[in-house]
Design a protein around this ligand. Structure first.
Ligand SMILES: CC(C)(COP(=O)(O)OP(=O)(O)OC[C@H]1O[C@@H](n2cnc3c(N)ncnc32)[C@H](O)[C@@H]1OP(=O)(O)O)[C@@H](O)C(=O)NCCC(=O)NCCS
Length: 148
């Protein structure tokens, strides 16, 4: 499958909201929550098939959400979205990439580990509905060539 990754634009929000509705693992934000956020979308045949949302807090880049439509999974889209985030964050002089993930979300954890992230902590009972621990994962962001 051919796909491209590009920065998120305001005009993407309807498609992004529809995609997020189909993915129980991601935070279910309103349109307003997404407005003004930074992130990336993956497109194939002019259709959005995945997205990542990030937040920069001083020099730490937090991955807030990442999702790929079911039919496009396990084809490198998630990794490409993560790579776009890491390159963007490095250009913004971020020194670390961090995130929280449900301890049971083994697929996402494998994606993050395959990208070089490590488990750095645990937040007991961080998530609700259902209640679950969060793993804190992170990695240093080196020079851009380290992300290729
Ligand atoms: C997590 C998610 C974004 C991964 O996207 P993806 O496009 O399928 O991931 P990729 O194809 O780029 O795979 C990257 C790595 O993830 C892991 N991975 C992907 N799919 C996997 C699966 N079904 N089982 C186990 N590991 C898997 C592998 O380590 C893979 O690396 P490899 O190809 O070198 O083996 C996707 O499964 C998803 O949208 N899940 C639901 C939303 C979610 O859980 N988001 C995270 C919390 S916000």
């Amino acid at each position: 499958m051919k796909f491209t990754v590009r920065p998120l634009q305001t005009g993407d929000l309807d498609a992004l909201l529809a995609l997020a509705q189909e993915v129980p693992e991601v935070p279910h934000w309103t349109r307003r929550d997404y407005e003004g956020r930074s992130g990336f979308v993956a497109e194939s045949d002019n259709r959005i098939i995945g997205f990542s949302i990030v937040r920069l807090v001083v020099d730490i880049c937090e991955l807030e959400s990442i999702a790929v439509v079911k039919e496009a999974r396990s084809q490198g889209v998630g990794k490409a979205l993560l790579k776009a985030v890491a390159v963007w964050a490095s250009l913004k002089n971020a020194v670390r990439l961090e995130l929280e993930v449900r301890a049971s979300n083994t697929t996402a954890i494998r994606l993050y580990k395959s990208f070089g992230m490590r488990t750095e902590g645990l937040r007991p009972g961080y998530y609700s509905s259902p209640s679950e621990d969060a793993l804190l994962m992170g990695m240093e962001l080196g020079p851009l060539h380290a992300c290729s």
